[in-house]
Ligand binder design. Structure first.
Ligand code: NAP
Length: 242
């Protein structure tokens, strides 16, 4: 049987990891919680770039790599594709579809922090759900703004910022309450896709709150792409891997 290396750090990846066998490996960067009770091995921490990953694939006898990292984890995805090419093993990727704007949405696409800072400038009460990056800009908050930053880090706020350390899924009632209690007038998010964190977009639409959306990074070509954990598991089963 083939030995699978699953690159994860997402809820989708965990769904796949739960079905892997003891010979397989689930790999995490080490930023979030390490899941317990999996049949497969779990390893935590970087490989040392694509060269390090290629060495790992060869020394561990990995026959298939599945990149199920977050769509914005572009470095790891690039490393996975390059390492698989170098080691001569196939690379599959779970590429969850992004959200698309609906009638009533006001999305403003930005490609990085500078454009984002410009886009939120007219607003006063900013909700960030785009990861930890705003934490390194807390001392740059303009005098007219208050930030609510929801991310996975327990981090101190300041007089102009409140940090909410929370992990999805988030339901619509909770999101409505968050927007209302904090008087949110702009939402900043990545286009992660999926149902678990979509409710904030529904609330933004209801309230006519603009959404500043970070564009998705370019990802490398791989041997096979899938849109859901179920599709990956079906392919593993068809290939006789699981
Ligand atoms: P990234 O910028 O693409 O990767 C940075 C480095 O972290 C990689 O070069 C690699 O180090 C290490 N790394 C990343 N994922 C890894 C994995 N699954 N196993 C082992 N090493 C890994 O990644 P990121 O955007 O910081 O994301 C880090 C992790 O958080 C990923 O697992 C991702 O799935 C998860 N995550 C990211 C986001 C997001 O918005 N970016 C959201 C939710 C979850 P080496 O070069 O040393 O191998």
């Amino acid at each position: 049987m083939k030995r699978v290396l699953l690159l994860g750090g997402t809820g989708d990846a965990l769904q796949i990891a739960r079905q892997l066998a003891s010979r397989d490996v689930y790999s995490l960067a080490g930023l979030g919680r390490v899941p317990q009770g999996l049949a497969c091995a779990v390893r935590v921490g970087g490989f040392g770039g694509s060269e390090g990953l290629a060495r790992y694939i060869e020394s561990e006898g990995i026959a298939l790599v599945i990149d199920a990292t977050h769509p914005y984890a572009a470095q790891m995805s690039a490393n996975a594709a390059a390492a698989c090419r170098a080691a001569g093993v196939p690379c599959w990727a779970l590429r969850r579809a992004g959200w698309t704007p609906q009638a009533g949405d006001d999305w403003r696409m930005v490609d990085g922090w500078d454009a984002l800072a410009d886009a939120i400038c007219p607003f006063r009460r900013v909700l960030f759900t785009s990861g930890r990056e705003p934490l390194s800009h807390l001392d740059e908050i303009p005098a007219h703004q208050f930030w609510i930053v929801r991310c996975l880090d327990a981090h101190a706020g300041n007089e102009r910022a409140r940090i909410i350390d929370a992990r999805g899924p988030f339901d619509i009632d909770g999101e409505r309450a968050l927007f209302a209690l904090n008087g949110i007038d702009v939402l900043v998010t990545k286009n992660s896709g999926g149902a678990a964190t979509q409710a904030k977009l529904d609330v933004a639409r209801e309230l006519r709150v603009p959404v500043v959306m970070l564009t998705r990074p370019a990802l490398p070509a791989v041997d096979r792409e899938f849109e859901s954990p179920a599709q990956v598991l079906r392919a593993l089963s068809e290939e006789g891997v699981q």
